[in-house]
Design a protein around this ligand. Sequence first.
Ligand code: NDP
Ligand code: 8X3
Length: 250
Amino acid sequence: MKTVLITGATSGIGRATANLLAQHELKLILCGRREERLEEIQKDLESKIPVHTLNFDVRDRDMVISAIESLPETFSKIDVLINNAGNAHGLDPIDQGDIDDWDAMLDINVKGLLYVSKAVLPGMVERKSGHIINIGSTAGKEVYPNGNVYCASKHAVDAINQGMRIDLNAYGIRVGAINPGLVQTEFSQVRFKGDDARADKVYQGYQPLLPEDIAELIHFAITRPPHVNIADLVVMPTAQASSTIVKKVL
Ligand code: NDP
Ligand code: 8X3
């Protein structure tokens, strides 16, 4: 039975992925900062499959390393790592950006992804097998007005995805990215710091992607036969043509 670790499993894409994967024969390690949510999700899923939760902030490298080291033997061989935790913080022109927002995006989306990977990789390298899915974004493929540092963080994920694939090739470890466009999750609530009206507006007038759509793609990617690696996949709502072109009916 494969063991899958999902970061950012407490909401949105990560949570939908946990729900979908729980319908299959897998062991799940679910990570996030909101402990009550982790407990609630574990309670919900563990009648179907074995679930272990890890409560840590991806920004804290010591916490990341000790959380992964704390895994019980039955969960310690991670076959699939889904690097999903991340968010945008703010949407401001570069000259007006908040430095705390910049720190948060680079520390979580880039350095956090690296810390988790650093903790998980030794086991994969030793076993010469494993699969890493990095959740990038269309923001990692193009830059849009006021997206500056969030786009930079996701361009970094794109580069890390390629770099991982190159460096881990010798070990037979699969590495691939899924890069969604607009997905209706808690993403915009976080970006706009709890301004729900502004967050809701992002998804009005068209059908955005749902977190379950991305979960299905993750499931597809990790269930390909061993010789197939989905290296880089971009997915947008039908109404979206680019970061700034979205056909809305308001
Ligand atoms: P959500 O806000 O719904 O989920 C974000 C998840 O990341 C939460 O589970 C949150 O858990 C976790 N997280 C955030 N910060 C930290 C941290 N410091 N330490 C540990 N976990 C953290 O957003 P999405 O589901 O939309 O986002 C998931 C990924 O998808 C992100 O990488 C995002 O950039 C990407 N993405 C999203 C798109 C969208 O339109 N929604 C489009 C393209 C990419 P907790 O708060 O409990 O720690
Ligand atoms: C999330 C999609 O367009 O808000 O990565 O950057 S977008």
